[in-house]
Design a protein around this ligand. Sequence first.
Ligand code: TRP
Length: 357
Amino acid sequence: MGMGLWQTCVKLAMIWYTNRMKENKKMTVLTGDRPTGRLHLGHFVGSIENRLKLQDEADTAYYMIADVQALTDNADNPEKVRNNVIEVALDNLACGIDPTKTTMFIQSEIPEIAELTVYFLNLVTLARLKRNPTVKNEMQQKGYEEDVPAGFLCYPVSQTADILFAKANTIPVGEDQLPVIEQANEIVEKFNRFYGGEVFQKIKTIISETPRLVGLDGGAKMSKSLNNAIYLSDSSEEIERKVGLMYTDPAHIHVEDPGHVEGNVVFAYLDIFDTDKAGVAELKKQYEAGGLGDVVIKKRLIGVLEDLITPIRERREYLAKDPKKVMEILREGTERAREAAQATMQEVRSAMKINYF
Ligand code: TRP
Protein backbone atom coordinates (compact mmCIF):
# COMPACT_ATOMS: atom_id res chain seq x y z
CA MET A 1 0.00 0.00 0.00
CA GLY A 2 1.47 3.36 -1.00
CA MET A 3 1.80 6.13 1.51
CA GLY A 4 -0.97 8.19 -0.19
CA LEU A 5 -3.56 5.43 0.17
CA TRP A 6 -2.52 4.80 3.75
CA GLN A 7 -2.97 8.47 4.63
CA THR A 8 -6.40 8.52 2.99
CA CYS A 9 -7.44 5.53 5.08
CA VAL A 10 -6.26 7.19 8.30
CA LYS A 11 -8.08 10.38 7.35
CA LEU A 12 -11.33 8.55 6.59
CA ALA A 13 -11.10 6.65 9.86
CA MET A 14 -10.66 9.93 11.72
CA ILE A 15 -13.65 11.50 10.00
CA TRP A 16 -15.75 8.45 10.84
CA TYR A 17 -14.58 8.58 14.46
CA THR A 18 -15.23 12.33 14.85
CA ASN A 19 -18.74 11.95 13.42
CA ARG A 20 -19.37 9.08 15.78
CA MET A 21 -18.23 11.19 18.75
CA LYS A 22 -20.41 14.07 17.65
CA GLU A 23 -23.38 11.75 17.36
CA ASN A 24 -22.71 10.31 20.80
CA LYS A 25 -22.71 13.78 22.30
CA LYS A 26 -26.15 14.58 20.96
CA MET A 27 -28.77 14.58 23.64
CA THR A 28 -31.84 12.55 22.71
CA VAL A 29 -34.45 12.62 25.42
CA LEU A 30 -37.35 10.19 25.67
CA THR A 31 -40.07 9.95 28.31
CA GLY A 32 -43.50 8.47 28.53
CA ASP A 33 -46.67 7.90 30.50
CA ARG A 34 -48.91 4.87 30.74
CA PRO A 35 -52.37 5.97 29.67
CA THR A 36 -54.27 4.61 32.64
CA GLY A 37 -55.70 7.84 34.03
CA ARG A 38 -55.36 11.60 34.17
CA LEU A 39 -52.07 12.94 35.47
CA HIS A 40 -51.68 14.52 38.91
CA LEU A 41 -49.33 16.83 40.81
CA GLY A 42 -47.01 13.89 41.55
CA HIS A 43 -46.46 13.48 37.80
CA PHE A 44 -45.94 17.22 37.49
CA VAL A 45 -43.07 17.46 39.98
CA GLY A 46 -41.77 13.94 39.26
CA SER A 47 -41.47 14.18 35.50
CA ILE A 48 -43.41 16.87 33.61
CA GLU A 49 -41.27 19.74 34.99
CA ASN A 50 -38.14 17.97 33.75
CA ARG A 51 -39.74 17.28 30.39
CA LEU A 52 -40.48 20.96 29.93
CA LYS A 53 -36.90 21.92 30.70
CA LEU A 54 -35.41 19.19 28.55
CA GLN A 55 -37.48 19.85 25.45
CA ASP A 56 -35.51 23.10 25.17
CA GLU A 57 -32.11 21.62 26.01
CA ALA A 58 -32.20 18.39 24.03
CA ASP A 59 -31.17 17.96 20.40
CA THR A 60 -34.18 15.69 19.99
CA ALA A 61 -37.04 15.05 22.42
CA TYR A 62 -39.66 12.30 22.33
CA TYR A 63 -42.76 11.84 24.43
CA MET A 64 -44.40 8.43 24.25
CA ILE A 65 -47.88 7.37 25.26
CA ALA A 66 -47.10 3.88 26.50
CA ASP A 67 -50.34 2.11 25.64
CA VAL A 68 -48.63 -1.25 25.09
CA GLN A 69 -47.12 -1.01 28.56
CA ALA A 70 -50.48 0.02 30.01
CA LEU A 71 -52.01 -3.13 28.52
CA THR A 72 -49.53 -5.37 30.35
CA ASP A 73 -51.69 -5.07 33.44
CA ASN A 74 -54.94 -3.96 31.77
CA ALA A 75 -55.32 -6.61 29.07
CA ASP A 76 -58.97 -7.02 30.00
CA ASN A 77 -59.70 -3.29 29.89
CA PRO A 78 -58.81 -1.90 26.46
CA GLU A 79 -61.39 0.91 26.72
CA LYS A 80 -59.63 2.34 29.74
CA VAL A 81 -56.29 2.45 27.92
CA ARG A 82 -57.83 3.77 24.73
CA ASN A 83 -59.76 6.55 26.48
CA ASN A 84 -56.77 7.71 28.46
CA VAL A 85 -54.48 8.17 25.44
CA ILE A 86 -56.06 11.55 24.75
CA GLU A 87 -56.23 12.40 28.47
CA VAL A 88 -52.48 12.08 29.03
CA ALA A 89 -51.79 13.86 25.75
CA LEU A 90 -54.01 16.74 26.93
CA ASP A 91 -52.32 16.85 30.33
CA ASN A 92 -48.88 17.12 28.76
CA LEU A 93 -49.90 19.67 26.13
CA ALA A 94 -51.67 21.76 28.77
CA CYS A 95 -48.51 21.82 30.88
CA GLY A 96 -46.52 23.17 27.95
CA ILE A 97 -45.14 20.19 26.07
CA ASP A 98 -44.73 21.73 22.64
CA PRO A 99 -45.22 19.39 19.67
CA THR A 100 -42.85 21.50 17.58
CA LYS A 101 -40.10 20.68 20.09
CA THR A 102 -41.19 17.25 21.32
CA THR A 103 -42.18 14.41 19.03
CA MET A 104 -45.29 12.99 20.67
CA PHE A 105 -46.29 9.49 19.63
CA ILE A 106 -48.26 6.36 20.51
CA GLN A 107 -46.25 3.25 21.38
CA SER A 108 -48.46 0.64 19.72
CA GLU A 109 -48.21 2.46 16.39
CA ILE A 110 -44.47 1.70 16.26
CA PRO A 111 -44.35 -2.05 15.59
CA GLU A 112 -40.55 -1.87 15.50
CA ILE A 113 -40.67 -1.48 19.31
CA ALA A 114 -42.39 -4.87 19.56
CA GLU A 115 -39.84 -6.39 17.21
CA LEU A 116 -36.92 -5.00 19.19
CA THR A 117 -38.50 -6.28 22.41
CA VAL A 118 -38.47 -9.83 21.03
CA TYR A 119 -34.73 -9.64 20.32
CA PHE A 120 -33.98 -8.07 23.68
CA LEU A 121 -35.88 -10.82 25.50
CA ASN A 122 -33.00 -13.14 24.62
CA LEU A 123 -30.64 -10.92 26.57
CA VAL A 124 -32.34 -11.19 29.97
CA THR A 125 -33.03 -14.10 32.27
CA LEU A 126 -36.22 -14.93 34.07
CA ALA A 127 -34.36 -14.67 37.38
CA ARG A 128 -33.20 -11.14 36.55
CA LEU A 129 -36.70 -10.06 35.57
CA LYS A 130 -38.11 -11.34 38.85
CA ARG A 131 -35.43 -9.47 40.80
CA ASN A 132 -36.21 -6.03 39.35
CA PRO A 133 -37.22 -3.95 42.41
CA THR A 134 -39.64 -1.72 40.46
CA VAL A 135 -41.50 -4.69 39.04
CA LYS A 136 -41.39 -6.55 42.36
CA ASN A 137 -42.95 -3.55 44.06
CA GLU A 138 -45.71 -3.15 41.50
CA MET A 139 -46.40 -6.90 41.55
CA GLN A 140 -46.87 -6.71 45.28
CA GLN A 141 -49.23 -3.72 44.97
CA LYS A 142 -51.30 -5.58 42.41
CA GLY A 143 -51.18 -8.85 44.36
CA TYR A 144 -49.79 -10.83 41.41
CA GLU A 145 -47.32 -13.31 42.97
CA GLU A 146 -46.65 -16.18 40.52
CA ASP A 147 -49.69 -15.38 38.39
CA VAL A 148 -48.13 -12.28 36.95
CA PRO A 149 -48.87 -11.72 33.24
CA ALA A 150 -45.63 -12.51 31.37
CA GLY A 151 -45.95 -9.23 29.51
CA PHE A 152 -45.99 -7.33 32.79
CA LEU A 153 -42.93 -9.12 34.14
CA CYS A 154 -41.15 -8.27 30.89
CA TYR A 155 -42.15 -4.63 30.65
CA PRO A 156 -38.63 -3.41 31.54
CA VAL A 157 -37.45 -5.16 28.38
CA SER A 158 -40.12 -3.52 26.28
CA GLN A 159 -39.28 -0.20 27.94
CA THR A 160 -35.66 -0.71 26.88
CA ALA A 161 -36.93 -1.03 23.32
CA ASP A 162 -39.03 2.14 23.79
CA ILE A 163 -35.85 4.00 24.57
CA LEU A 164 -33.43 2.41 22.15
CA PHE A 165 -35.50 2.40 18.95
CA ALA A 166 -35.09 6.18 19.11
CA LYS A 167 -31.45 5.92 20.21
CA ALA A 168 -32.40 8.00 23.22
CA ASN A 169 -29.61 8.48 25.75
CA THR A 170 -31.19 10.75 28.35
CA ILE A 171 -34.24 9.65 30.29
CA PRO A 172 -35.94 11.85 32.87
CA VAL A 173 -37.80 9.54 35.22
CA GLY A 174 -39.17 9.31 38.71
CA GLU A 175 -36.90 7.68 41.27
CA ASP A 176 -39.01 4.53 41.25
CA GLN A 177 -38.04 3.86 37.62
CA LEU A 178 -34.27 3.73 38.24
CA PRO A 179 -34.06 -0.08 38.41
CA VAL A 180 -35.79 -0.28 35.03
CA ILE A 181 -33.11 1.88 33.43
CA GLU A 182 -30.41 -0.12 35.20
CA GLN A 183 -31.77 -3.24 33.56
CA ALA A 184 -31.96 -1.42 30.23
CA ASN A 185 -28.26 -0.65 30.48
CA GLU A 186 -27.49 -4.31 31.07
CA ILE A 187 -29.33 -5.04 27.83
CA VAL A 188 -27.32 -2.35 26.01
CA GLU A 189 -24.09 -3.84 27.31
CA LYS A 190 -25.04 -7.37 26.27
CA PHE A 191 -26.37 -6.34 22.87
CA ASN A 192 -23.15 -4.52 22.06
CA ARG A 193 -21.04 -7.43 23.36
CA PHE A 194 -22.94 -10.07 21.36
CA TYR A 195 -23.51 -8.14 18.16
CA GLY A 196 -20.36 -6.15 17.77
CA GLY A 197 -20.27 -2.96 19.35
CA GLU A 198 -21.72 0.34 18.73
CA VAL A 199 -25.38 0.23 17.85
CA PHE A 200 -26.60 1.53 21.21
CA GLN A 201 -25.22 3.90 23.82
CA LYS A 202 -25.44 3.72 27.57
CA ILE A 203 -28.57 5.43 28.93
CA LYS A 204 -28.35 8.28 31.41
CA THR A 205 -31.17 9.14 33.79
CA ILE A 206 -32.20 12.54 35.02
CA ILE A 207 -34.02 12.50 38.33
CA SER A 208 -36.29 15.27 39.49
CA GLU A 209 -34.74 17.58 42.09
CA THR A 210 -38.09 18.02 43.79
CA PRO A 211 -38.64 15.53 46.59
CA ARG A 212 -41.31 12.92 45.93
CA LEU A 213 -44.79 14.28 46.54
CA VAL A 214 -46.63 12.58 49.39
CA GLY A 215 -50.34 11.80 49.07
CA LEU A 216 -53.12 13.90 50.61
CA ASP A 217 -53.24 11.34 53.41
CA GLY A 218 -49.51 11.62 54.09
CA GLY A 219 -48.94 8.26 52.34
CA ALA A 220 -45.50 7.79 50.79
CA LYS A 221 -46.69 8.54 47.28
CA MET A 222 -49.40 10.43 45.46
CA SER A 223 -51.15 7.85 43.32
CA LYS A 224 -54.39 7.34 41.50
CA SER A 225 -54.87 3.86 42.89
CA LEU A 226 -54.43 5.11 46.47
CA ASN A 227 -57.07 7.76 45.85
CA ASN A 228 -54.92 10.48 47.41
CA ALA A 229 -54.14 12.66 44.39
CA ILE A 230 -54.78 16.20 43.17
CA TYR A 231 -55.18 16.14 39.39
CA LEU A 232 -53.86 18.71 36.93
CA SER A 233 -57.46 18.99 35.70
CA ASP A 234 -59.10 19.38 39.13
CA SER A 235 -61.61 22.23 39.52
CA SER A 236 -61.19 24.97 42.14
CA GLU A 237 -63.83 23.26 44.26
CA GLU A 238 -62.00 19.94 44.11
CA ILE A 239 -58.69 21.56 45.06
CA GLU A 240 -60.37 23.26 48.00
CA ARG A 241 -62.08 20.05 49.11
CA LYS A 242 -58.90 17.97 48.83
CA VAL A 243 -56.70 20.45 50.69
CA GLY A 244 -59.44 20.50 53.32
CA LEU A 245 -58.98 16.74 53.76
CA MET A 246 -55.20 16.97 54.01
CA TYR A 247 -53.47 15.39 56.93
CA THR A 248 -51.81 17.97 59.23
CA ASP A 249 -50.94 17.25 62.85
CA PRO A 250 -53.33 15.16 64.96
CA ALA A 251 -51.92 16.75 68.16
CA HIS A 252 -52.78 20.24 66.93
CA ILE A 253 -56.33 20.42 68.23
CA HIS A 254 -56.72 24.03 69.34
CA VAL A 255 -55.32 27.00 67.49
CA GLU A 256 -53.15 27.87 70.51
CA ASP A 257 -51.53 24.41 70.61
CA PRO A 258 -48.00 24.16 69.27
CA GLY A 259 -48.05 22.17 66.02
CA HIS A 260 -45.64 19.89 64.17
CA VAL A 261 -44.24 20.77 60.79
CA GLU A 262 -42.57 17.43 60.02
CA GLY A 263 -44.98 14.91 58.59
CA ASN A 264 -47.48 17.72 58.04
CA VAL A 265 -48.72 17.34 54.47
CA VAL A 266 -49.73 20.99 54.08
CA PHE A 267 -46.20 22.17 54.87
CA ALA A 268 -44.70 19.45 52.66
CA TYR A 269 -46.71 20.90 49.75
CA LEU A 270 -45.94 24.52 50.66
CA ASP A 271 -42.22 23.62 50.66
CA ILE A 272 -42.54 22.34 47.11
CA PHE A 273 -45.03 24.73 45.51
CA ASP A 274 -44.88 28.03 47.42
CA THR A 275 -42.20 30.26 45.88
CA ASP A 276 -42.20 32.61 48.88
CA LYS A 277 -39.77 30.55 50.98
CA ALA A 278 -39.31 33.26 53.63
CA GLY A 279 -43.08 33.48 54.08
CA VAL A 280 -43.31 29.71 54.55
CA ALA A 281 -40.43 29.75 57.07
CA GLU A 282 -42.26 32.43 59.06
CA LEU A 283 -45.50 30.38 59.03
CA LYS A 284 -43.64 27.30 60.23
CA LYS A 285 -42.23 29.24 63.17
CA GLN A 286 -45.69 30.48 64.14
CA TYR A 287 -47.22 27.02 63.72
CA GLU A 288 -44.60 25.41 65.96
CA ALA A 289 -44.96 28.12 68.58
CA GLY A 290 -48.74 27.76 68.64
CA GLY A 291 -51.44 30.23 67.66
CA LEU A 292 -51.68 29.41 63.98
CA GLY A 293 -54.67 27.40 62.84
CA ASP A 294 -54.76 24.75 60.11
CA VAL A 295 -57.31 26.88 58.29
CA VAL A 296 -54.71 29.59 57.64
CA ILE A 297 -52.06 27.28 56.20
CA LYS A 298 -54.63 25.39 54.15
CA LYS A 299 -55.99 28.60 52.71
CA ARG A 300 -52.52 29.62 51.67
CA LEU A 301 -51.91 26.25 50.02
CA ILE A 302 -55.24 26.44 48.17
CA GLY A 303 -54.11 29.78 46.72
CA VAL A 304 -50.72 28.43 45.68
CA LEU A 305 -52.21 25.34 44.00
CA GLU A 306 -54.89 27.41 42.29
CA ASP A 307 -52.18 29.62 40.77
CA LEU A 308 -50.38 26.56 39.46
CA ILE A 309 -53.33 24.49 38.24
CA THR A 310 -55.74 27.14 36.90
CA PRO A 311 -53.73 27.99 33.76
CA ILE A 312 -53.13 24.27 33.10
CA ARG A 313 -56.82 23.46 33.57
CA GLU A 314 -57.92 26.32 31.31
CA ARG A 315 -55.49 25.37 28.57
CA ARG A 316 -56.59 21.76 28.89
CA GLU A 317 -60.26 22.69 28.53
CA TYR A 318 -59.45 24.74 25.45
CA LEU A 319 -57.46 21.92 23.81
CA ALA A 320 -60.08 19.32 24.74
CA LYS A 321 -62.60 21.12 22.53
CA ASP A 322 -60.71 19.93 19.47
CA PRO A 323 -59.74 16.29 20.04
CA LYS A 324 -59.16 15.81 16.30
CA LYS A 325 -56.34 18.31 16.46
CA VAL A 326 -54.73 16.47 19.38
CA MET A 327 -54.94 13.17 17.49
CA GLU A 328 -53.38 14.89 14.47
CA ILE A 329 -50.43 15.98 16.64
CA LEU A 330 -50.01 12.36 17.76
CA ARG A 331 -50.31 11.05 14.21
CA GLU A 332 -47.64 13.39 12.89
CA GLY A 333 -45.33 12.61 15.81
CA THR A 334 -45.88 8.90 15.33
CA GLU A 335 -44.88 9.19 11.67
CA ARG A 336 -41.61 10.87 12.61
CA ALA A 337 -40.89 8.35 15.36
CA ARG A 338 -41.58 5.53 12.91
CA GLU A 339 -38.90 6.82 10.54
CA ALA A 340 -36.34 6.79 13.33
CA ALA A 341 -37.47 3.28 14.28
CA GLN A 342 -37.03 1.94 10.76
CA ALA A 343 -33.51 3.36 10.49
CA THR A 344 -32.53 1.81 13.84
CA MET A 345 -33.98 -1.58 12.90
CA GLN A 346 -31.83 -1.71 9.78
CA GLU A 347 -28.76 -1.35 11.95
CA VAL A 348 -30.07 -3.88 14.47
CA ARG A 349 -30.89 -6.48 11.83
CA SER A 350 -27.53 -6.08 10.20
CA ALA A 351 -25.68 -6.34 13.54
CA MET A 352 -27.72 -9.44 14.44
CA LYS A 353 -27.15 -10.99 11.01
CA ILE A 354 -30.85 -11.30 10.32
CA ASN A 355 -30.88 -9.14 7.20
CA TYR A 356 -31.48 -11.68 4.45
CA PHE A 357 -32.91 -9.98 1.39
N1 TRP B 1 -42.78 3.06 32.94
C1 TRP B 1 -43.01 4.48 32.82
C2 TRP B 1 -43.99 4.88 33.94
O1 TRP B 1 -44.70 4.06 34.44
C3 TRP B 1 -43.61 4.87 31.49
C4 TRP B 1 -42.70 4.59 30.35
C5 TRP B 1 -42.88 3.65 29.37
C6 TRP B 1 -41.45 5.22 30.08
N2 TRP B 1 -41.83 3.67 28.49
C7 TRP B 1 -40.95 4.61 28.90
C8 TRP B 1 -40.71 6.23 30.72
C9 TRP B 1 -39.71 4.98 28.39
C10 TRP B 1 -39.47 6.58 30.20
C11 TRP B 1 -38.98 5.97 29.03
O2 TRP B 1 -44.00 6.04 34.30
